[in-house]
Design a protein around this ligand. Structure first.
Ligand SMILES: *Cc1c(COP(=O)(O)O)cnc(C)c1O
Length: 341
């Protein structure tokens, strides 16, 4: 890894962050006249800008110290901050894979950063040699990987070598890691100072409405995130909702197990469905299937009230299907079994 200071945008390195009222004084008091809040009401006070209680809760679950945790307004904020901290607009570039999550492109474009996309092989795995040829480019500041990958559903193999050898920052987006049955790269943060692991409460934790995305990284990188984020980026309601849901550990386990059982059941039935040519193996809570004509399957399902994600433009004739409740999955299976072209 090149030195962190050579990877950070100079203006971010020298940035004096905004100091909010609640970050200057966060102790106990009885008369708060420092933040121009309305003294009346239930939601009248600004939230904790550093989300301490939520980080404590996550720290216990993930076995990571709170200083190594950043909370964003969804992982989309985490992704955007990575470009904003490391990539100089119009000068630096970032590297990712294709097919993958569309927000990597959109965030790169917003930040005027070229995104070089390495095609995955036919098993949707990474060609590490192709990737590391960009390693001598000093302008390649950020590598964005997604594992399990969306929309292909598979874990990327052999990421250790890539993280170890890449000289810039590596963001590994683990939005679906809870469904994969494999350990998170969080466990390897101390080995790789250039690693940022992004997770979310939007998928396995069932909290998409609360917009809680998380970055795990070295204290130095987390401090950069804290400098650049808007002061009160996670609302008090969302912080509280997240803490409440994280405490319901049995509910989380039960839902996850049910979804994994359903993933297996839906896979086995779809494999034998006449109109389905291929069901790709999934480490996530969705399946990518290949059919003869994705556009017509997509439209047929839409007409029966079932909304899937047509990925035809990214991967020819493929549709991405989320694993739903057992009755939702039954509706999907019945419809697909009746579909013929
Ligand atoms: C769903 C998803 C996310 C989650 O985004 P949030 O903003 O946290 O809801 C992140 N990355 C990928 C690849 C996803 O599919």
């Amino acid at each position: 890894m090149r030195s962190l200071s050579s990877l950070v945008r100079p203006n971010i390195l020298s940035l004096a962050p905004y100091s909010s009222a609640r970050s200057e004084y966060s102790g106990k008091g009885s008369v708060f006249l420092d933040a121009n809040e309305n003294p009346f009401g239930v939601y009248n006070r600004y939230p904790d800008p550093m989300q301490k209680a939520l980080k404590e809760e996550l720290s216990g679950i993930k076995n990571v110290s709170p200083e190594n945790i950043f909370i964003g307004n969804g992982s989309d904020e985490v992704i955007d901050l990575c470009y904003r901290i490391f990539c100089r607009p119009g000068i630096d570039n970032a590297i990712s894979i294709t097919p993958s999550y569309g927000m990597y492109d959109v965030s790169a474009a917003i930040n005027d950063t070229d995104l070089i996309k390495i095609p995955l092989d036919q098993n949707f795995q990474l060609d590490a040699d192709m990737l590391l040829q960009y390693n001598n480019d000093d302008k390649a500041k950020l590598l964005v990987l997604c594992s399990p990958n969306n929309p292909t559903g598979n874990l990327l193999k052999n990421l250790d070598d890539v993280i170890k050898n890449f000289k810039g920052i590596v963001l590994v987006d683990e939005a679906y890691i809870d469904f994969s049955g494999t350990p998170s790269y969080i466990d390897k943060l101390s080995l790789y100072p250039n690693l940022i692991v992004a997770q979310t409460l939007s998928k396995a934790y069932g909290m998409a409405a609360a917009r809680i995305g998380i970055a795990y990284a070295s204290i130095e990188i987390i401090n950069l995130f804290n400098k650049v984020k808007p002061p009160y980026n996670v609302s008090a309601l969302n912080q509280l909702a997240a803490i409440t849901s994280l405490k319901e550990k049995e509910e989380y386990e039960n839902q996850k197990q049910l979804l994994l059982t359903e993933r297996k059941r839906v896979t086995e039935i779809l494999i034998n469905a006449p109109s389905v040519k291929k069901v790709y193996p999934s480490d996530a809570n969705f399946l990518l299937i290949k059919v003869d004509d994705a556009n017509s399957l997509y439209k047929y399902l839409l007409d029966t009230g079932i909304i899937t994600r047509n990925r035809n433009t990214q991967i020819p004739n493929c549709v991405r299907i989320t694993i739903g409740s057992p009755s939702e999955n039954d509706a999907l299976l019945n419809a697909i079994l009746q579909f013929s072209i």
